[in-house]
Write a protein that binds this ligand. Structure first.
Ligand SMILES: Cc1cc2nc3c(=O)[nH]c(=O)nc-3n(C[C@H](O)[C@H](O)[C@H](O)COP(=O)(O)OP(=O)(O)OC[C@H]3O[C@@H](n4cnc5c(N)ncnc54)[C@H](O)[C@@H]3O)c2cc1C
Length: 410
């Protein structure tokens, strides 16, 4: 960007998390399309940072089965490309260990099994036979259980972001590790939008895609394009418990799949657990978290910043998740437990927003707690929509339109 004639990018993507990095990769692979991806890297220490992403971790569940049509399509399309993306980038990010779902609700079980059958997914009934396959688990007698045996498991969101950016760069995309303060219309014919960073830099663009996660409802990025409005997103806390285990324990649990249950435990409406994953400190951890119970709604950037900086989650919840782990895996031995907090952003209709909000201005928002696994297809759809005006998906376009709410505080 140095020099007297400033470059105008065909597309500037704001937010270099899961959706934004995927969008940058897919856009950069469209012939003759110059792309700039703007967003901060993971902070070394949280105290130094005001805004955060929800991909600073090694474990996210991926599965193709979902009761919601949109999320099932997005997951299926994304998962089908994981191996190819690993191959392209040289970055490994997923482990196909399978997915087990336990529910006390017969109707939910029937519905999901039907989804699995209709869509040709490899879903097996384990209601009576789970002990044979997974003797280390404990499920209530009255639960219904299925196993999505293949094309399901866990992924590292950190490595997925890295893989997307490696390929995006290789296709010519630039990556700028900066925070954007706003996007404004240009007053010259040489470009359409100006993306202004906190450092005062102005990046010119023909098209812009905003993929900043929950920050979309905290920062005045839309001030000029939708005055008085902000995307309707509810920000909810997630408390996560990490259990450090020994190499022997990791070996004992080496065939553990990822697990989701909505069987009640104490006052929890269920939760999920990930199998042993090696973290950057070289140690093995099991990760457990909750469903709706213990989600708290945050509204201001100050609340969000404090939540992330605390990096403990809700201590009472971590204690409960420890008992929950003992309930799910009665023989488990762990050396240490620690908590952390993250944030998910929810739309009123549980659909993501993949939309155009003004000429050459797109959004990819609203992960609804499910978008890590599906971020590749969300990014692809958003990139092709904003760059080419194309929508080729089984997901009807009108289903993923943005819902605005009155601006409350920006
Ligand atoms: C604890 C937890 C567990 C989860 N488990 C799962 C799971 O098992 N499976 C699953 O599929 N999903 C899961 N999710 C959800 C998934 O992680 C999110 O849906 C996904 O990360 C959303 O992607 P995103 O790109 O919208 O947001 P993010 O990945 O958060 O990326 C947004 C990026 O925008 C950047 N940004 C923000 N503001 C600005 C700005 N002004 N300028 C520039 N950049 C900015 C941020 O720094 C960030 O990097 C989980 C989430 C949490 C918190």
């Amino acid at each position: 960007m140095a020099g007297s004639v400033q470059m105008t990018f065909d597309l500037v993507v704001v937010g270099s998390g899961l959706m934004g990095s995927a969008a940058a990769r897919h856009a950069a692979s469209i012939p003759n399309t110059s792309v700039c991806l703007i967003g901060p890297a993971e902070p070394q220490t949280r105290a130094s940072r005001q805004i955060f992403g929800c991909w600073y971790d090694e474990g996210r569940v991926y599965r193709r089965i979902a009761a919601e049509h949109t999320w099932s399509v997005l997951a299926q399309q994304s998962v089908a490309r994981y191996t190819h993306l690993e191959h392209l980038s040289g970055v490994r990010f997923h482990e196909e260990v399978g997915y087990v779902h336990a529910t006390p609700d017969a109707a939910e079980y029937q519905e999901l099994m039907k989804c699995g059958r209709d869509q040709g997914l490899n879903t097996l009934d384990l209601t009576r036979s789970w002990r044979k396959h997974f003797p280390f688990f404990n499920f209530p007698q009255e639960s219904y259980i299925f196993w999505e045996k293949s094309n399901a498991g866990h992924l590292s969101p950190r490595n997925l972001v890295r893989a997307q950016q490696v390929v995006a760069r290789r296709c010519g995309a630039q990556v700028m590790p900066q925070v954007v303060s706003t996007v404004r219309p240009a007053h010259e014919p040489s470009h359409r939008w100006e993306v202004v960073t906190e450092g005062g830099e102005v990046v010119r663009a023909w098209r812009v895609l905003v993929a900043v996660g929950g920050s979309a409802s905290l920062r005045p990025l839309f001030r000029h394009v939708a005055p008085g409005l902000q995307p309707h997103l509810q920000l909810r806390t997630q408390t996560v418990a990490y259990f450090r285990i020994s190499d022997q324990e990791a070996h004992r649990l080496r065939y553990m799949p990822t697990l989701f249950t909505n069987c009640r435990f104490e006052d929890l409406d269920g939760g999920y657990a990930l199998p042993p994953i090696k973290y950057p400190d070289g140690r093995w951890y099991l990760k457990v978290s909750h469903n709706r119970r213990h989600e708290e709604v945050l509204v201001t950037e100050d609340q969000v910043t404090k939540w992330y900086r605390r990096a403990t989650g809700i201590p009472e919840c971590v204690a409960k998740l420890t008992r929950f782990l003992h309930h799910l895996l009665p023989d488990v031995q762990f050396e240490e437990v620690s908590g952390d907090g993250c944030l998910t952003s929810h739309t009123p209709n549980q659909e993501p927003y993949i939309d155009i909000i003004a000429q050459g201005f797109g959004v990819a928002l609203g992960g609804n707690r499910w978008a890590a696994k599906s971020s590749d297809e969300i990014g692809r759809l958003a990139a092709r929509l904003v760059v080419l005006g194309e929508w080729e998906s089984e997901v009807p376009r009108e289903r993923v339109k943005i819902i605005w709410t009155t601006q409350s505080k920006l």
